[in-house]
Design a protein around this ligand. Sequence first.
Ligand code: AMP
Ligand code: MG
Length: 408
Amino acid sequence: MLDYADARSLVIEHTRPLNRILRPLPEARGFAAAEDLRASHPMPLFDNSAMDGYAVRSEEVSEAGEACPVLLENLGYIPAGDPGDFQIGPGQCAQIATGAPMPPGTDAVVMKEDVRVEGPQVVVLKSMRRHENLRFRGEDIAEGRVIVAQGTRIGPAQISVLASFGYVEVPVVRPPSVSIVSTGNELVEVQEQPGPGQLRESNRYMLRALIEEENCPVDLVVMAPDDPGALLDIFAQALEADLMLISGGMSVGDHDFTKSTFAELGIKQLFWKIRVKPGKPLFFGRHEETLVFGLPGNPSSSYVLFGEFVRPAIRKMMGLRDLELPMVKAVLDEPVAEFIPRMQFLRAQLWESGGEYRVRQLPFQGSNSIGSLVDSNALIQVEPNTPELPAGTRVRVRPLNNSIVLPE
Ligand code: AMP
Ligand code: MG
């Protein structure tokens, strides 16, 4: 049996980023930049006005004020998008819009609010320094600077910057194709009424939703009986994906055929069973380039293990730098007492109070509990062999991307 950290290291070690593809800019969201993406030119491209006002020669208005108004001739208006290429001579100025290029001869912009307009003339009522209210070519982003570093997830901010630099297509790492198979004779379809001993199948839907949150395509989603022949056919097909997720049948019950079918298909076992609660019988293996996870059928175990093991693998395949949702420190609102020799992830509620996070474990932690799935927005990580943790202890918590209603 492997420890949590060793199992995670093995997963990361055996996972490779997939190949690079070009995606049209609007469809690059959610993927990792496959390389450092650089600025092809300085930004801004030209010196421009930071204000709506009047482009002036600062030395002419350096002493201007209410008591010392300076009269200038206004040569016209430079709207945004205008080349603004007319020369401004002594005693002259031009009205200018925010973002419009500075006309030759000028070196400052007087705000509209600081002048009085008298027909074709402008009276400047405020002293101006050189370069006041200007934005300079390249002051924001120098030519050649990395604007989106390799491994960065492309989001709205990156899309904005990439659009600004003319990236019609973006080199990203392709996401893995994923297959999901739920096994179990007791499982029935969502639209069916469970008979004696049966329950509705839910893991396929949960895993699919988790995968889709990572922006990966799901190629195959099926349910299979605990029947070695059927499993062999279905798993063989599922192996065509880059990542294969199997739910259930990983334990040592008489009907647990998942592992023996893996062996028959030549799936190489990298580990099976970890010192983690929930989810001891996690399987991780590999068949050629396909990674295989065998998740326990209990929905909560599956959910927790997905976050701790599968998500980091997917993100690494996708070339992302951030492999998981970062952990935070939170103060225990109530004591935690469960002394076991395994790493635990307790489903919990996390909230903010007076500038710090507080956290409370849910009373029912059964790995079969689905109530705790919809009630938790965090997992408290408890190291193996931890004695009782009193209220007030600061603990490590993994926030979950899960919307819950917190009690008053
Ligand atoms: P297993 O890991 O196959 O031994 O399954 C453990 C328990 O998890 C089963 O007894 C079911 O109650 C439950 N279970 C297994 N697979 C699913 C599934 N796909 N959806 C919902 N519950 C499941
Ligand atoms: Mg089963």
